[in-house]
Design a binder for this molecule. Structure first.
Ligand code: AMP
Ligand code: GLY
Length: 428
């Protein structure tokens, strides 16, 4: 009998995971909690919130789940992995202690300092006045971050000292991010090109995925406030084979060794957000999960079955595993609700999904969608991740926008320049 797999979460990343896991010959049935309208067409959705750990554990036991795969960071930092393990259920993802690599920037930065992992110079503060004094001493540009989780919005890049003072006020005085701002990290502003480097880790070994790059800013030309991500593609040409090798030796393996030495061996997806400047690699942040939207283009490009790697990470070793990738570029364009990352409307009916499904080598992954009276409607800020394969970034971009242009709803917002850096490189 094949495996039963439960995917936890309900965004675009989880749709891509469900879609990929469903293709595995090892798998009999995929469940997803809570899922979304797109996931519901491919798996059985279970109406349990991603952070309702007691209910998820109860469901997993009752349904005889063979592997739980956790998508978002929320359930990880509150201990879903520990709870499932205690109940004897196989689970892919770091423990609560290990997820602190994402859940606490203070923990992460202190780990970097202790184990010599390259990162921006920084200082941690629990009070506003010393933080202000440090900003005055360092000058701008400078970056002010909440230590805790803030849905991708807790890092404020400040071009002037005034902006930095206002960021400190927003986080520490107005407490805009709540407890996430109890501690603040003030760090050096780094220049270069960002790249996402994700590995499947078993506590000791790292199985690297292909490189990827996302577009965090809401506006074209990468301008305006940061979002969860407006698009992504793989591979990221900035990550050369030589830099890949160095990232494994200077970032990924040292981090995995450091986590084991600290008594919290790391298992699951380990995502390094890197800043590359010439031959210099620095870690901006670690995430304890896959990226969203990076997962969509990555898994759309992955030719190998992912289930053996997830199972090996959860229960054994990934040491001798290899992953095979489509040689083409994969690119995902996020279609969002107008107004995101600020306030936006929900409940708009989405048209054109059937036409988009007819575009060859393209796939529409759902994020914030919901079935309302049999109609697919918007229910979140990031609504769809339209993903396509093509020759180079130029070909993948053309194909992805072909599918994007089939789809519409009231006040839809889409960046038209996803992949621009890679496309510019191809033009030479
Ligand atoms: P983080 O949540 O720490 O990854 O920060 C979110 C985004 O802010 C990053 O993807 C970068 O675009 C930007 N950022 C964060 N830290 C720095 C830094 N030290 N220098 C320049 N940009 C940064
Ligand atoms: N796309 C960035 C993230 O998932 O954190």
């Amino acid at each position: 009998m094949g495996m039963k797999v439960l995917v936890v979460g309900g965004g675009g990343r989880e749709h891509a995971l469900v879609w990929k896991i469903n293709q595995s010959p090892l798998v009999e049935k995929v469940f997803c909690a809570p899922g979304n309208a797109g996931i519901a067409a491919e798996a059985e959705c279970v109406p349990i919130g991603a952070e309702d750990i007691a209910a998820l554990k109860g469901f997993a036991l009752e349904a005889g789940i063979d592997l739980v795969v956790v998508g978002p960071e929320g359930p990880l930092v509150v201990g879903i992995t520990d709870a499932m393990r205690d109940a004897g259920i196989n689970v892919f993802g770091p423990t609560e202690k290990a997820a602190a690599i994402e859940g606490s920037k203070t923990f992460m930065k202190n780990l970097f300092a202790k184990y010599d992992i390259p990162t921006a110079a920084y200082k941690v503060f629990t009070e506003a006045e010393p933080a202000r004094a440090y900003v005055r001493e360092q000058g701008a540009p400078i970056v002010v971050k909440t230590s805790g989780l803030a849905a991708g919005k807790g890092a404020i890049v400040c071009q002037t000292e005034e902006e930095a003072m206002s960021a400190i006020d927003r986080i520490m005085v107005d407490r805009e991010f709540g407890d996430a701002g109890d501690e603040v990290v003030v760090e050096e502003f780094l220049v270069g090109e960002e790249c996402s480097f994700i590995g499947i880790v078993d506590g000791e070994n790292v199985l690297a995925l292909a490189s990827s790059q996302d577009h965090k800013a809401v506006g074209e030309g990468d301008t305006g406030p940061n979002t969860g991500g407006m698009g992504a593609y793989s591979p990221a040409p900035v990550m050369t084979p030589e830099l890949h090798e160095r990232t494994m030796n200077e970032v990924m393996y040292p981090t995995v060794k450091a986590m084991a030495a600290e008594g919290c061996p790391y298992q699951g997806f380990l995502y390094a957000g890197l800043m590359i400047d010439g031959d210099q690699i620095k870690v901006l942040e670690f995430n304890a999960r896959m990226g969203d939207p990076e997962t969509q283009p990555l898994l759309y490009r992955l030719k190998s079955d992912i289930v053996p790697a997830l199972m090996a990470s959860a229960t054994g070793s990934v040491k001798d595993l290899e992953l095979e990738w489509d040689a083409r570029t994969s690119l995902c364009v996020v279609m969002a609700a107008g107004g995101y990352p600020g306030s936006y409307a929900k409940g708009a009916a989405i048209s054109g999904l059937d036409a988009a499904a007819g575009v060859e080598d393209a796939k529409v992954f759902h994020a914030g969608t919901k079935l309302v009276d049999g109609v697919v409607a918007t229910s979140g800020g990031r609504v769809l991740g339209v993903t396509a394969l093509g020759e180079g970034a130029t070909g993948a971009q053309k194909r992805a926008y072909e599918a994007v242009d089939c789809i519409s709803w009231k006040d839809v917002y889409t960046r038209r320049d996803i992949g621009h850096r890679a496309v510019a490189r191809e033009k030479g």
